[in-house]
Design a protein around this ligand. Structure first.
Ligand code: NAP
Length: 292
């Protein structure tokens, strides 16, 4: 604990969108000593000037983690974006879990995915399930935040779809309780700063589950442009993305998210966000109205 007996909080990946926002929220909430780790400390000079302790840490370099995590009470482990090399992301996360346990961290908050279990067709779901398993097998206490899909992903999707008047997806009639990245940051900051020190798994979702037809209707209403949802088979979706220049494995990964949506894997609405933050989660229509 730091001198005023507030716990010392650490955020990994603090130069990413989510990590930086969590650090900003912790600063605003005056939570006490904040440590921010990143592969790029130079990107956090502004946070350092506001009193954040910035340390270098790379999950690919386990030796860097012992020093980086020293003296920390509660640690937010932000899942990495290392989706290219099979097995790498889980190895990174496992190294971070092991280093947190070895450093004597009390509690780890982890950003997982809704329904990451063995039934998920999402190609990267095993990274999340594997990390949850590593936490369960460790001596650590933890809060797993199973984030639903970011509503922010819809900005790009609608940006492509609106000029064509058609929104293609292989999600069928599946519904998704999109959650904004801002709300994921608020949930993570709240879970990190909370006194809870047992083990829990929380679904972090938006307030309602929407079909792709609902999303198209919202996009159309906000912009005044016609937009129709066109369901397509998964293979056609993959070929369309490859034709547009995406590498096949990346296209297959995106399509696996659609497959999971079609199966209802993201059709989960939870009030855990409100319980953590005391606020209602942001509706997709409100989010898109502000950003489109
Ligand atoms: N639920 C969803 O829909 C959704 C969508 C997109 C992403 N995500 C997940 O949520 C995470 C955060 O989202 P974001 O929008 O903030 O992504 P982002 O801006 O792309 O950030 C990527 C994050 O990965 C970290 N990272 C990459 N390699 C690392 C390594 N070797 N060691 C330690 N950290 C490493 C980065 O940390 P530094 O650069 O600071 O080292 C950064 O925090 C993503 O990484 C991804 O796992 C979820």
């Amino acid at each position: 604990m730091s001198e005023n007996s507030k716990p010392t909080l650490l955020v990994t990946g603090a130069s990413g969108h989510l990590g930086r926002r969590v650090v900003e929220l912790l600063l605003a909430a005056n939570t006490g000593t904040i440590v921010a780790t990143t592969r790029s400390p130079e990107k956090l000079a502004d946070l350092q000037q506001q009193g954040v302790i910035v340390r270098s840490a790379d999950f690919n370099d386990p030796a860097s983690l012992a020093q980086a995590f020293a003296g920390v009470d509660r640690l937010l482990l932000i899942s990495t974006d290392a989706l290219g090399e099979p097995g790498l992301r889980l190895k990174q996360h496992t190294s971070a879990v092991q280093a947190a346990a070895a450093a004597g961290v009390n509690h780890v908050v982890y950003t997982s995915l809704i329904n990451p279990g063995p039934d998920s067709p999402v190609l990267f779901a095993p990274d999340h399930q594997g990390t949850e398993d590593a936490l369960a097998a460790s001596p650590l206490n933890f809060t797993v935040l199973r984030n639903n899909l970011y509503a922010d992903l819809l900005v790009g999707a609608l940006g492509q779809a609106l000029p064509m008047g058609q929104m293609f997806s292989a999600a069928g009639d599946g519904r998704i309780a999109y959650v904004t990245r801002e709300d994921c940051a608020q949930a993570a900051a709240a879970a990190l700063a909370a006194p809870f020190n047992g083990r829990r798994i929380l679904d972090i979702t938006g307030p309602e589950a929407l079909s792709q037809a609902d999303v198209a209707a919202i996009g159309s209403k906000i912009t005044g442009k016609p937009l129709t949802y066109v369901p397509v088979p998964t293979e056609a979706m993959i070929q369309g993305m490859v034709g547009a220049g995406l590498p096949q494995p990346v296209a297959a990964t995106y399509a696996s998210i659609d497959t999971a949506a079609a199966q209802g894997q993201f059709d989960v609405v939870s009030d855990a966000f409100e319980e953590l933050t005391g606020r209602k989660a942001t509706a997709v229509a409100d989010f898109l109205t502000a950003v489109l």
